[in-house]
Design a protein around this ligand. Structure first.
Ligand SMILES: [Zn+2]
Length: 92
């Protein structure tokens, strides 16, 4: 059974063909290809940077309008959602 999974870095849904890759070309199951390539993170950024980048992307690609959400609502959601993602989770 396929369970919906999300990139543990940027929060986008991981579907067939959007998974990141390992050094040997195999598929990584936790991160998307925009965040993770050839066994390493593409961008060395902070969680705040990632939220800003994602929000910008959602705005430009019309996802905000599609979902009928304002920028503020989405930002609020991201600020509560991102800290739970594996990449940003505080280990302490
Ligand atoms: Zn990602």
């Amino acid at each position: 059974m396929d369970e919906m999974t999300y990139c543990q870095s940027c929060g986008m849904p991981l579907t067939k063909g959007t998974h990141g890759t390992e050094h040997d070309g195999s598929q990584n199951s936790e991160y998307c290809l925009y965040c993770y390539k050839h066994g390493a993170f593409v961008d060395d950024c902070t969680m705040e940077d990632m939220i800003a980048i994602s929000l910008q992307h959602m705005k430009e690609s019309g996802i905000l309008e599609e979902q009928g959400k304002t920028e503020e609502e989405t930002l609020e959601f991201m600020n509560s959602f991102f800290p739970d993602l594996k990449r940003w989770k505080k280990s302490s």
